[in-house]
Design a protein around this ligand. Structure first.
Ligand code: UD1
Ligand code: CA
Length: 456
């Protein structure tokens, strides 16, 4: 809708979160609650998105992205009507406004789209049926079943409190009416607040029908007020992600034990074991298998690769047909070619590893370029840091590095070279040679006795 304005109310303090972080910055699926609402709003192609902020304002603006957003301060929280009033100067004269709540992250875009079809003529109010409606504004209907008012819980009579149809807080209406009605609302109610909900009666008084849209999906209108609510929404969000993955053909060993905090793109026949966490943008290509307890962030795992248990990957790519872990750690800047083997207790950082190369046990490879068909033995360390600067290690194709070797960078190991176990390499290693760097001799002292414990 081209002439649509969206106002997101996010000025509430969120006292019940019992946190120094503004409520709307708490994360669902790794993304701030308010960012979920903004991303949903964007899908409606509005002319403008106006965010009414208050508590923790600067922090909120810093952590929420969107250059097109217009921010309006509500310095004092005098009610939802007062909050919308702060945004009025920014509204277009024509068109309609959709009001969303900054603490309702699972907002249903399709339902909003439906509301907007009539919002150029009418006030459309999203309602839902809540068996325990305590705390919510009640939808009051007349004998003809038409909506005539919303009464807040604290202002409601006993009879009104038994009404189970409640206000979700989401509504849409023509801008002209919004401006005229908001000028008329007062704060003569139980909470001495300016209620946005008073505009329902004002519409009816003008002879303009208020259209209810009853939504069935309670999650789409559930607001977050406490850490308990946050947990409920998080689990629902994760359940939806898991369902989408399984629908698409991904095998999850336990749909309740996966956490996706970002975008997880999966090819065909991907298998994911329990308790894995995916953050940022992660791609698992066809046939990838992820073992239990892996944490994978901003990574591409190419076709057919297998990650064993407890593998940690952060900002790295894994070539096709590779085998990683268990207990492997790939840190930022790691680029593994195809058919690589990275084994247990191996850490790789800012390094490329060529086709078919193996680093199988207890090694650190950092700031390095490792060629193809290289074997790096157990306990090999690239000494990349001299205490002040980082230096690079270059290992060319077909090299064999014996166990417990230290490669003191900057250093280059030529193609086809072999380094004997236990060497400390500080100089260039020529190609196709055997290089040793050990204590000159191996001595044995016959009849040597171990020290004995002194008896007291
Ligand atoms: C509001 C509705 C109620 C509805 C309920 C749904 C009113 C008067 N009542 O009640 O009918 O059933 O939401 O959750 O509208 N906010 C501001 N500035 C303020 C006050 C609130 O920005 O001065 C924002 C909050 O950050 C929140 C939203 O408005 O995102 C709703 O505020 P909240 O205090 O939760 O409203 P309720 O009184 O629960
Ligand atoms: Ca509320």
């Amino acid at each position: 809708m081209s002439d649509l304005n969206i106002i997101i109310l996010a000025a509430g303090k969120g006292t019940r979160m019992r946190s120094d972080l503004p409520k709307v910055l708490h994360a669902v699926g790794g993304k701030p609650i308010l960012q979920h609402v903004i991303d949903a709003a964007r899908q409606l192609n509005p002319q403008k998105i106006i965010v009414v902020y208050g508590f923790g304002g600067e922090q909120v603006q810093q952590q929420i992205s969107g250059e097109e957003l217009q921010w309006v301060l509500q310095a004092e929280q005098l009610g939802t009507g007062h909050a919308v009033q702060q945004a009025l100067p920014l509204l277009d004269d024509r068109g309609a406004t959709l009001i969303l709540l900054g603490d309702v992250p699972l907002v249903d875009v399709a339902a909003c789209q439906e509301m907007l079809q009539q919002a150029n003529q009418h006030l459309v109010v999203q309602t839902f049926i809540k068996p325990d409606p305590t705390g919510y504004g009640r939808i009051v209907r007349n004998g003809n079943n038409e909506v005539v008012a919303i009464v807040e819980h604290k202002d409601a009579t006993e009879a009104q409190r038994s009404i189970q149809e409640v206000n979700t807080g989401i509504m849409a209406l023509p801008n002209a009416q919004l401006k005229s009605w908001l000028a008329q609302i007062k704060n003569d109610n139980a909470q001495q607040e300016y209620y946005l909900t008073d505009i329902i009666a004002l519409s009816v008084n003008e002879g303009r029908a208020v259209l209810p849209q009853v939504v069935a999906d309670a999650w789409s209108v559930t607001g977050i007020n406490s850490k308990l609510d946050l947990q409920d929404i998080e689990r629902e969000f994760q359940a939806r992600k898991a369902t989408a993955l399984m629908t698409q053909g991904v095998t999850l060993f336990d749909a309740l034990r996966i956490d996706i905090r970002g975008n997880l793109n999966c090819g065909r026949d991907v298998i994911i074991d329990v308790n894995c966490v995916f953050e940022g943008d992660v791609t698992l290509e066809d046939g990838v298998q992820i073992g239990p307890h892996c944490v994978i962030k901003n990574a591409v795992i190419a076709k057919g690769s297998k990650l064993a248990a407890f593998t940690h990957i952060d900002d790295a790519t894994v070539g096709a047909g590779s085998s990683i872990g268990p207990f492997a750690r790939l840190r930022p800047g790691t680029k593994l070619s195809e058919k690589t083997h990275i084994g247990n207790f191996v850490e790789i950082k800012n390094a490329t590893v060529g086709l078919g190369s193996k680093v199988n046990h207890l090694s650190y490879v950092g700031d390095a370029s490792v060629g193809a068909n290289v074997n790096i033995g157990a306990g090999v360390i690239t000494c990349n840091y001299d205490g002040a600067n980082k230096h690079k290690t270059i290992i060319e194709d077909d090299v064999f590095v014996g166990s417990d070797t230290q490669l003191v960078a900057p250093v280059t190991v030529g193609k086809g070279a072999t380094i004997a176990a236990g060497s400390t390499i500080t100089k260039h290693v020529p190609a196709d040679s055997l290089t040793l760097c050990r204590a000159r001799e191996q001595r044995s002292i016959q009849g040597w006795k171990r020290p004995q414990k002194v008896k007291k």
